[in-house]
Write a new protein. Structure first.
Lengths: 55, 238
């Protein structure tokens, strides 16, 4: 059964998805856009803080 | 004043594009398969498509190679093109408002999150955050998309699928273009193929994100090592 082989990015048989294959066709607006922007900023800040701690 | 209601359109196979019922499960797969009355080209193409064996000179089977070529925009070879044309050409109204299931790995979430504008993928995101970011996201899929109408209950080992990190529940309306390929040599997955997005059919809209309450494994992980919470994404076709 050719499923779940976990083999390279070509593992996109009937039951797997490779990155980028799905195309989002609408852009978030309003509260959702605000959430996404804020989430990205917080995530970036946390990553920066973590990197600084490692030094 | 009474509003005009368009009568259901029934295709050549007798499948309607509307269903007065809400979303429900599909029963009697054998009868459904027979009603499709697939022609010889479709049946030959599906035999290739469902063949789980790797192709000579390749690490992958036919459907993997074909779907990968489509995903990266690579031209199909003659056999792939024949299968693609025969299978997509045989698709019809699914005929009922039905629930379909697919299990995928975290790449699915990362793909739609990236499209929505989230950087860094789904790792570390709570279910509430995933829901906030993804509900309302609409996307297209260029592949022939495999789903199951019976949650893989007749698969040799359903847990191959059901322990994956993401459960996608499709609410497929009757006009969704689809095909039941029948019992392939890879086993009976209760498979329903959905036509690639295009021509005004088969686009997808995320309407809910929640946890199933079950545990799941990371991609490549053992079915005995369930370390992740399983996320359910509810997707309407439109």
């Amino acid at each position: 059964m050719a499923v779940d082989k976990n083999i390279s990015p070509k593992d996109c048989g009937r039951w797997d998805t490779i990155p980028g294959v799905l195309k989002v066709v609408n852009k978030p607006t309003g509260a959702q856009k605000k959430f996404i922007d804020q989430f990205n900023a917080e995530r970036a800040a946390a990553a920066k803080k973590k990197a600084a701690k490692k030094k | 004043m009474q509003s005009a209601v368009r009568p259901p359109q029934v295709d050549a196979n007798g499948f309607s594009d509307t269903d007065a019922a809400g979303y429900h499960d599909l029963y009697n797969g054998r009868q459904y398969y027979q009603q499709q009355n697939l022609d010889i080209d479709a049946r030959v193409a599906l035999a290739d498509y469902l063949d789980p064996n790797t192709l000579s000179g390749s690490l992958y089977n036919f459907s993997q190679n074909m779907n990968h070529a489509v995903a990266i925009g690579q031209p199909l070879d003659a056999q792939q093109q024949y299968a693609w044309d025969s299978i997509t050409g045989a698709m019809h109204n699914i005929g009922y408002n039905v629930n379909l299931t697919r299990y995928d790995h975290g790449e699915y979430l990362d793909n739609v999150l990236t499209g929505a504008g989230i950087t860094g993928g789904h790792a570390g995101m709570s279910v509430a955050q995933l829901k906030q970011a993804l509900v309302g996201v609409e996307y297209t899929d260029p592949r022939i998309l495999s789903t199951s109408y019976n949650n893989f209950k007749n698969a040799t080992d359903p847990s191959t699928f059901t322990t994956r990190e993401v459960k996608i529940t499709y609410k497929a309306k009757a006009s969704t273009q689809a095909l039941m390929p029948g019992k392939g040599s890879g086993g009976d997955f209760g498979e329903i193929l959905l036509k690639p997005s295009g021509g005004g059919h088969n686009s997808y809209r995320i309407v809910d994100v929640k946890t199933t309450g079950a545990k799941a494994r990371p991609k490549g992980g053992s079915k005995n090592s369930l370390t992740l919470q399983q996320i359910e994404v509810v997707v309407e076709t439109y």
